[in-house]
Design a protein around this ligand. Structure first.
Ligand code: SF4
Length: 203
């Protein structure tokens, strides 16, 4: 484990609700359990890089929107705790599965970049959800967060005439993500095979 993770946890415990500090620490640890780009095949690393570029393209294509500021009004907590960000009311673990974390690590996300919202923000759903939205840079968010367009958001970007372009990027992202998880699964299977063949270690 990085020696900085316990230090960051102490700061988070001071500034954040306990539940958020715990979840962010667990996520940083899980991120470091994933191999970095130089420890996987070029195919896998290239797909992680492609996903990063697609996240950035999607974010730029969606741009500044109004739907996400009020979509959660009237919904029960945790989704409705803040006025906006209804889709961020899911658990941190559900937003960041191991495939997403592997793609993020290979694309350069570090534990230090997994920063929670400013002090004083309630924890309601994903640990990075705050009153003013997501505290992460686009590059460090799961692909799911960029790819998902709720009906309100679809209507808004459609009215602007951008829905087709956004959906085209989303389709490319979906294909790259499926390829990534397939290649990653093959690597994990091969690692398990090698471990089985090498047999139990002697005490
Ligand atoms: S990482 Fe950000 S965008 Fe994704 S669910 Fe969490 S708060 Fe929402």
């Amino acid at each position: 484990m990085s020696p900085l993770i316990p230090l960051r946890y102490l700061v988070d415990r001071w500034q954040q609700p306990r539940s958020r500090a715990d979840e962010v620490r667990a996520l940083r640890q899980r991120l470091l359990q994933q191999p970095s780009a130089h420890a996987v095949s070029e195919t896998e690393a290239a797909l992680a890089r492609e996903l990063l570029q697609l996240r950035l393209q999607l974010s730029q294509a969606i741009g500044a929107v109004e739907s996400c500021k009020t979509c959660a009004i009237g919904h029960p907590p945790p989704h409705g705790h803040f006025a906006g960000g209804h889709c961020c009311g899911l658990t941190t673990e559900d937003a960041f599965n191991d495939d997403e974390l592997a793609a993020l690590r290979q694309a350069g996300t570090t534990p230090g970049r997994l920063r929670p919202p400013p002090a004083g923000s309630d924890h309601a759903g994903c640990a990075f959800r705050g009153a003013l939205g997501c505290s992460l840079a686009t590059a460090d968010r799961p692909n799911l967060c960029l790819r998902y367009l709720c009906p309100d958001l679809q209507r808004e970007v459609s009215a602007r005439g951008d829905l087709d372009r956004i959906e085209a990027i989303g389709t490319r992202m979906e294909a790259a993500y499926l390829q990534f998880i397939t290649v990653r699964r093959q690597r994990l299977d091969a690692e398990e095979d090698r471990a089985l063949r090498s047999g139990p270690t002697q005490p």
